[in-house]
Design a protein around this ligand. Structure first.
Ligand code: ARG
Ligand code: GLU
Length: 722
C-alpha cells in the first residue's frame, strides 16, 4: 500500500513539475547543457553551438535588439534587417506626410540612396554572455536591508563593467536573473545608422488592426525592412553619407519549404517581461483585482476615444496610435484573465505550493530556512493588495488625461528654473516645447475633457476614501458629483488646454508667462494635489511592501530551485536574449472549437471589406490573388500567410525570427493567440501559441506586390527537402 502511495506521489510530482517541452525562455549560453537533448528529440537538426558560439559566427550573430523594444534579424550580407511593421511603425510614421503617406501606401527604396535614416533608432548585437553572479553578489548577505543590498550590487556591477575586456566600440550591461539570485553580463555592440528600406501599406502590415489583434486566425503581413550602415571598417558609426551597408558575421538563410504540423521551430529574440514564479495569492489578485480594474478603466477611455474617432476624421488620425496602444494591453489582459481562469492557474499554483510545503516540512534544513516562506508571501501579498489596486487606479487614470501631461511638462520646466538656474532653464525651453508640440499634435480638447470627466468620476466613485485626496473629495462635493460640469469649468477658456499653437508661441516669447498660466490652470492644480496625496499615502507603503515581496520572491525562487531538484528552471524574461522552441500546432480554445495552424490569402479575401478602416485590401493584392500570381512563393495554388506554434514568447519578441530545424528563417513572430496571453504568468501547452507571418508571404509582398525583387536577390533562399 505504502509503495503504491509513494509511486503515486512520485507520479503526481512528475506531472506537476516536469517542465513541459514547450515552456521556457532559455539563455543561449546554457542551451547545450539544458536543452539540446530535448531540442533534438523534438526535431532540431543543428547543435546548440550553431545557435550560440562566441568563437565563430553562430545564429545569435544575426539577431538584434531593435531599438530596445523589439527584435530584428539580419537577412542579407548587406545588413538588411527584418522586423515587424508595428516595430518599424514609428519610423514609417515619422517619414509620412499627406502627400507621401507611407502608412497608407507603404514605402520601398529602389536603391541604397533612397533608404531613409532614422535618428535615434539603433540595433544592438550580443557579442557574448557571461555568468557574473559571484562577483555581482560578493559581500551581499541576507541580513542586509534591500536598499543596502542594492547599493552593494550597484558597486559590484560597476566594478565588473570597469574591469571588462572589450573592444572600444562595444558596451555592456549586467542584468538580474531568477529574482536576483543570479547575474549575467552582456557584451554588446550597437549600430546607430539604421535606415528604412521598405514597408508594406498598413492594409497589409496591420491588416485586421485592433479587431484581429491578439487573435487567431490571423492574416497580417506584419513586417518592415531596415538596413544597418557601418563605418568603412564595418564598425558602428554615427550617421554619415560615407557609411556603407554593414557586413554581418551571420545572415539568416531563408527556407522556402514552409511548415507542416509538428515541425520543430524556435524563436530567438528579446522577450520583455514575464512573472512565472509568483505565489498563488499574487496570481489570484491579478485575475480578480488588478487586471479587471485596469480593463474597466481602459473600457471607459477607449469608448470615449472611439466615439470621437468615429465622428471626426481629424481625431481619427490624431488618436490612432494612442488608441492602438491603449487597446493592445487592454485586450491582452482580457485574454489573460480568461486563460488564467480557464486553465485554473491559481489552483495549479496552490497544488505546487502544497507539494513544496510538504517537502520543506519533511526536511529539517529546509524547514529552518523556508518553513514560513509561503505564509509570509501570502501575508505580504495580502497587505500589498489594496495599495496595488490604488496604484492601478492612479496610473491608469492619470496617464490617460493629457491635461495632466501638459501640466507635468511645465511643472518640470518650473522645477528646472527653480533648482538649476536661469541658463539651464533657457536650455530646457526648446526641449519642453518639442515635447509639448508632440503632445498637442495628438491632442483634442473635446476628447480630453470627456476623458477627464469620465475617468475622474470613476476614480472617485470606485475608490475608498483613504485613497481620495481631500481636494478631490471637496470638488466632488462642490459639484454634487457632476463631473461633466466640473470638466466644463476646468477646460473653458484655458489656452493651455485649448490653444496649443498659442502656448508654443508664448513659450518662445515669454516662458515665464506660460509657467504662470500653468500655475493658475485648475487641471494642473488638481494634478499636483493628486500627486502629492498619492506620494504621501500610497508610494511609501507600496515601496515598503514591494521590497518585502521582492525579498520573499527571491528567497522563494532560490528555495524552489533547491527543493524541486527534478525541475529545470528558466529565468523570467527581462529583455535579454533568449531562445524558445516548440512545434507547429493548432489548438482547441473551447468546446467544439478547433483551430488549424495555417492561414492563407483566401482568408484575407474572406475578411475583405471594401473601404473599411481595418479590413480593406489593396487593389493590387486582390489582382494578384485573382490571378493566383504568387510567383515561387505560393504552394499548390495557395498563398500561405500566417502560422502558429508552441513557442513561449512575450512582448519584445515582436520581430523575432522563427527558425526551422536547421536554423533557416521560416517566419516572423508578431503576436500570441488571445486565449493564451496568460503565458506570461502560466504557460499552458494546450492553448498558448505564438503567431508568425510565413516568410514566403513576406517575400511575396516584397517581390510580387511591391516590385522590390532586388531585395529578395540580396537574400539567400534555400529549398530543404528538394
Ligand atoms: N499584439 C501585438 C503586440 O503586442 C501586436 C500589436 C500591434 N498591432 C496592433 N493592431 N495594435 O505588440
Ligand atoms: N506583439 C508583441 C510585441 O510587440 C509580441 C506579442 C507577444 O506579446 O507575444 O512584442
Amino acid at each position: 500500500m505504502r509503495a503504491i502511495k509513494r509511486l503515486l506521489t512520485a507520479f503526481f510530482l512528475f506531472l506537476v513539475f516536469t517542465a513541459k517541452a514547450d515552456e521556457g525562455m532559455w539563455l543561449p549560453l546554457f542551451l547545450q547543457q539544458l536543452n539540446e537533448k530535448q531540442m533534438k528529440a523534438m526535431g532540431m537538426k543543428i547543435s546548440a553551438a550553431d545557435i550560440y558560439n562566441i568563437n565563430k559566427g553562430s545564429l545569435k550573430d544575426a539577431i538584434v535588439s531593435f531599438g530596445g523594444f523589439c527584435t530584428g534579424e539580419v537577412i542579407s550580407e548587406k545588413g538588411l534587417v527584418l522586423t515587424n511593421h508595428h516595430c518599424g511603425f514609428d519610423a514609417i510614421q515619422n517619414h509620412s506626410t499627406l502627400e507621401r503617406n507611407y502608412i497608407r501606401d507603404g514605402f520601398w527604396a529602389r536603391s541604397n540612396s533612397e533608404e531613409i535614416p532614422n535618428p535615434g533608432l539603433f540595433v544592438t548585437f550580443i557579442v557574448r554572455i557571461e555568468d557574473v553572479s559571484k562577483a555581482a553578489l560578493a559581500g551581499v548577505n541576507e541580513e542586509m536591508k534591500e536598499a543596502e543590498r542594492q547599493s552593494r550590487l550597484d558597486k559590484n556591477i560597476a566594478e565588473i563593467r570597469r574591469n571588462l575586456k572589450k573592444e572600444a566600440t562595444q558596451d555592456s550591461y549586467v542584468r538580474s536573473f531568477f529574482e536576483g539570485n543570479q547575474y549575467f553580463l552582456f557584451v554588446t555592440e550597437t549600430y546607430r545608422d539604421i535606415r528604412l528600406v521598405g514597408a508594406p501599406p498598413s492594409a497589409i502590415g496591420n491588416f485586421g488592426k485592433d479587431t484581429d489583434n491578439w487573435m487567431w486566425p490571423r492574416h497580417t503581413g506584419d513586417f518592415s525592412l531596415f538596413r544597418i550602415y557601418a563605418g568603412k571598417d564595418n564598425k558602428p558609426a554615427e550617421y554619415s553619407l560615407e557609411n556603407v551597408p554593414y557586413k554581418p558575421k551571420k545572415a539568416l538563410a531563408i527556407s522556402m519549404a514552409g511548415m507542416k504540423e509538428g515541425d520543430f521551430t524556435m524563436v530567438f529574440g528579446f522577450p520583455g517581461r514575464t512573472t512565472q514564479y509568483l505565489h498563488s495569492e499574487a496570481v489570484d489578485q491579478i485575475v480578480k483585482l488588478n487586471d479587471p480594474v485596469k480593463i474597466a478603466i481602459r473600457d471607459k477611455a477607449l469608448s470615449v476615444i472611439d466615439g470621437f474617432m468615429r465622428k471626426d476624421e481629424q481625431v481619427k488620425i490624431q488618436y490612432a496610435a494612442k488608441y492602438a496602444s491603449i487597446s493592445n494591453a487592454w485586450k491582452k489582459w482580457q485574454g489573460e484573465v480568461l486563460g488564467l481562469s480557464s486553465t485554473k492557474a491559481v489552483e495549479k499554483k496552490k497544488n505546487q505550493e502544497a507539494v513544496f510545503r510538504k517537502r520543506v516540512e519533511a526536511n529539517p534544513a529546509f524547514k529552518a530556512a523556508y518553513g514560513s516562506l509561503l505564509d509570509d508571501l501570502q501575508n505580504a501579498y495580502q497587505e500589498l493588495s489594496k495599495y496595488g489596486v490604488a496604484r492601478d487606479y492612479f496610473t491608469e487614470t492619470m496617464s490617460r488625461i493629457e491635461a495632466f501631461a501638459i501640466g507635468s511638462q511645465l511643472n518640470n520646466l518650473r522645477s528646472i528654473k527653480e533648482k538649476n538656474g536661469e541658463q539651464a532653464y533657457k536650455d530646457a525651453v526648446p526641449r519642453i516645447s518639442a515635447r509639448l508640440e508632440d503632445l498637442y499634435k495628438e491632442y483634442n480638447p473635446a476628447v480630453d475633457k470627456k476623458l477627464f470627466e469620465v475617468l475622474l468620476e470613476k476614480f472617485t466613485k470606485d475608490q475608498p476614501e483613504e485613497f481620495l485626496a481631500p481636494e478631490l473629495r471637496q470638488l466632488a462635493m462642490d459639484y454634487k458629483n457632476d463631473f461633466g460640469k466640473m470638466a466644463d469649468d476646468f477646460y473653458i477658456n484655458v489656452d493651455l488646454l485649448n490653444n496649443g499653437a498659442k502656448v508654443l508661441a508664448n513659450l518662445q516669447a515669454n516662458p515665464d508667462l506660460v509657467l504662470a498660466a500653468n500655475d493658475m490652470n485648475r487641471a494642473n492644480q488638481l494634478f499636483q494635489q493628486l500627486n502629492t496625496f498619492y506620494a504621501k499615502t500610497v508610494t511609501p507603503k507600496l515601496s515598503e511592501l514591494q521590497a518585502r515581496v521582492n525579498r520573499l520572491q527571491r528567497t522563494y525562487m532560490k528555495a524552489q530551485m533547491e527543493v524541486m531538484k527534478e525541475k529545470t528552471f528558466y529565468p523570467d524574461a527581462n529583455s535579454t536574449l533568449r531562445v524558445t522552441y516548440g512545434n507547429v500546432k493548432g489548438y482547441q480554445p473551447r468546446d467544439a472549437v478547433k483551430y488549424d495552424f495555417y492561414t492563407y490569402l483566401d482568408g484575407v479575401m474572406d475578411k475583405y471589406k471594401p473601404g473599411d478602416y481595418e479590413f480593406d485590401v489593396p487593389e493590387k493584392l486582390r489582382t494578384l490573388y485573382k490571378n493566383k500570381d504568387f510567383g515561387p512563393y505560393g504552394k499548390n495554388g495557395k498563398m500561405p500567410v500566417c502560422f502558429i506554434a508552441m513557442n513561449h514568447t512575450t512582448g519584445g519578441n515582436s520581430g523575432s525570427p522563427a527558425l526551422d530545424a536547421r536554423g533557416n528563417l521560416v517566419g516572423l513572430n508578431f503576436d500570441r493567440v488571445w486565449e493564451g496571453t496568460m503565458s506570461d504568468i502560466n504557460y499552458d501547452p494546450s492553448i498558448c501559441r505564438n503567431i508568425m507571418v510565413d516568410i514566403r508571404y513576406v517575400l511575396f509582398i516584397i517581390d510580387k506586390y511591391a516590385d522590390a525583387g532586388h531585395l529578395v536577390k540580396e537574400m539567400k533562399l534555400v529549398y530543404p527537402g528538394k
